[in-house]
Write a protein that binds this ligand. Structure first.
Ligand SMILES: [Zn+2]
Length: 634
């Protein structure tokens, strides 16, 4: 059994906890040879500081985890050993490391108690074929030696860390030793580093520098600090600097736990030019790797700061699902394009209330054949049915009004994909105005054969003139179109169908929720869906997603990828453990509602803790939390 258990995941970042007690330890700080222990450390490693080559011949060094006393009887262990170690100092010579590495591997693999041993991995050795043998052991903590040598090369640092994290199980922790500025921590944590140490505080303090979370100042001139280490009678520069490291890691852990970590990374990478480039590189080259590990079901605010937000994995995943999983109401042959609103859901905004009034003025029948698409940055296209889901209801962008060339292109393409599902005689009413909107619609117009009519071309969409034109245009279109009064389903059912497709897979909605289902409960409370008096699903208002009962979920087994094949015919307890996993679908994202399947039958529903890719790598620990179980027949 490994020592760590991932309990939260966003990209390669994880919060790791001690497996048996679930006490969180990472992202955390390891103190080097610091005898005075105060709160804020994850562990103390007893190696001399600074580490020297001579230390390599010394026997074992130990690392003590700082865990709460009252759970002492439950712990797996509290002490790790740096056995047979070469604790390669950051300045170790490459040739020395390579010569010694094979011998070290042999000695390490034959030593005892690997679950509490620390393995030293020089960054140059990650392609060594024998490294695989280490990954297969229960060793839970690797010291990643030499990482700082890649800091100025954004291509190598991203490729190396992605490669490493794709190889490793998420319950293996990486410790990057040596002096690393806290201003770089959030990016490195996002890329899968779990522990740093206080050596940076040692170095900068010795040389008379004063740290803040994003900068280094001379001790002689720096912003005044009011922490107890600075204002006391005996100011202590080292303690102040170390506190900055601890606070940085605490802030990172906080934002991972609250699901807002990615926005922090986007902000922090601007502390260093090559790290800003590195994030851009990860987003363009390895977007899918991060997407698979990014929760889609959440209710955390989505703060979009700058252009990095456009390629944020959450946003690219949203666009991909709209492209692949959104299919309009088959009765719809009239589309209205609308601008977004700052207030979410859009329907609650003043502007969208105006739009709806103008539509109603064209006669109630208009809604039977109508689809509303909201054009917005950075999500691009939001069908009205999906306005309540995460991240649509939760995103926030600074109002600048400007659309980049790339945003215009991506949005026009998605609009094209969405509209390709509509019949050829569909009329598109463009009720957007100016700037980026115009560029998008013009780009779309050049490739499209649809009849497109503009209703807000020369005045704002909320102006009386434009609203009247919207009503008139809709009346005119209805007169030329035949509408079948019998057709059309209620907008409430249509909405849960679209959410089901987005959440579980295309086609799931129609199977689960035919015309005859009944929906009980009123917004903002959760709504309950009944079929033939049986409660089959709950629509959770907060996240905007559904939760299914196991029995009806069997109907969509062929449509969904949220499947974990389980080795036993029953699930006992309230968790799914890694050894029970036969195979998890690699499309599963953390927080997804997943179906636990044995011999083609769903035996339980659960919430994924980590991605499906990572579930398949884990050999111990919890991978999902059970929601509902099928009662076994006696
Ligand atoms: Zn201070």
């Amino acid at each position: 059994m490994r020592f760590f258990q991932p309990i939260r995941q966003i990209g390669y970042a994880r919060t790791l906890a001690e497996t048996r007690t679930h006490f969180p330890l990472s992202p955390g700080m390891i103190s080097i040879n610091q005898l005075e222990i105060t709160e804020g450390y994850a562990a103390v490693i007893y190696v001399p500081f600074p580490p020297k080559f001579d230390d390599i011949t010394k026997p074992d060094y130990s690392l003590d985890w700082i865990l709460p006393e009252d759970k002492m009887d439950k712990y797996h262990s509290t002490k790790f050993q740096l056995t047979e170690q070469p604790f390669y100092p950051p300045f170790a010579d490459e040739s020395f490391i390579v010569n010694d590495f094979e011998n070290y591997l042999d000695r390490f693999l034959t030593s005892s108690k690997l679950e509490t041993a620390i393995f030293t991995l020089p960054i140059s050795q990650i392609n060594n074929p024998r490294f695989k043998e280490i990954m297969e052991t229960e060793c839970s903590l690797y010291i990643l030696s030499g990482l700082t040598s890649l800091f100025s090369n954004q291509r190598r640092i991203t490729e190396t860390l992605v490669q490493l994290r794709e190889m490793l199980s998420p319950d293996i922790a990486l410790y990057a030793p040596g002096p690393i500025s806290p201003s770089l921590y959030s990016f490195l944590v996002y890329m899968g580093i779990d522990f740093f140490d206080n050596s940076f505080a040692h170095y900068v303090s010795k040389n008379g520098y004063f740290l803040t979370e994003d900068q280094v100042y001379r001790q002689s001139i720096h912003p005044k600090c009011y922490c107890p280490h600075c204002i006391g009678l005996e100011p202590n520069l080292f303690k102040h600097n170390e506190m900055v490291i601890k606070n940085t890691l605490s802030r990172i852990r906080y934002s991972i736990e609250r699901g807002i970590f990615r926005a922090q990374v986007e902000k922090d990478v601007h502390n260093n030019v090559s790290f800003a480039a590195a994030l851009k590189r990860v987003d363009t080259h390895f977007n899918e790797n991060l997407r698979r590990r990014t929760p889609m079901i959440s209710s955390s605010p989505v703060k979009c700061i700058g252009e990095e937000s456009f390629d944020r994995p959450l946003i690219t995943e949203y666009r991909e699902r709209v492209r692949d999983r959104y299919k309009p109401d088959p009765n719809s042959n009239l589309v209205i394009l609308l601008p977004c609103s700052a207030r979410k859901p859009y329907s609650f905004s003043r502007t969208h209330k105006f739009f709806h009034k103008a539509m109603r003025n064209a006669g109630k029948g208009v809604f039977k054949s109508l689809t509303e698409l909201i054009i917005t940055s950075p999500l691009s296209v939001v069908p009205r049915e999906l306005e309540d889901i995460y991240p649509v209801k939760y995103y926030d962008i600074p109002v600048s009004g400007g659309w980049s060339e790339k945003e215009v292109k991506v949005t026009a393409e998605l609009l094209n994909d969405v509209l390709s599902h509509f019949p050829k005689d569909t009329v598109i009413v463009n009720h957007t105005h100016g700037g980026g909107y115009e560029d998008i619609v013009e780009k779309f117009r050049t490739t499209s054969s649809f009849d497109i009519r503009d209703t807000a071309k020369d005045a704002s969409p909320t102006s009386e003139k434009s609203l009247q034109r919207l009503t008139d245009t809709l009346i005119e279109i209805q007169q030329t179109k035949e509408t079948d009064e019998q057709k059309g389903i209620s907008s409430k059912i249509r909405k849960i169908q679209a959410v089901a497709d987005f959440e579980y897979g295309l086609g799931a909605g129609e199977i689960l929720f035919p015309y005859s289902v009944r929906i009980k409960g009123k917004y903002p409370r959760d709504q309950h869906v009944y079929k033939d008096k049986e409660h089959i699903a709950t629509y959770v208002t907060k996240s905007g997603y559904l939760s299914l009962f196991p029995k009806p979920a069997n109907l969509i087994l062929s449509k969904t990828e949220n499947i974990l094949e389980f080795g036993a015919e029953r699930v006992s307890g309230s968790n799914i453990y890694a050894p029970g996993v036969v195979h998890a679908n690699t499309r599963i994202q953390p927080n997804d509602e997943i179906f636990i399947v044995h011999e083609n039958r769903i035996i339980a529903t659960a919430t994924a803790l980590v991605s499906g890719i990572d579930m398949n790598k884990m050999t111990s620990g919890i991978v999902a939390e059970v929601k509902k179980k099928v009662r076994s027949k006696k």
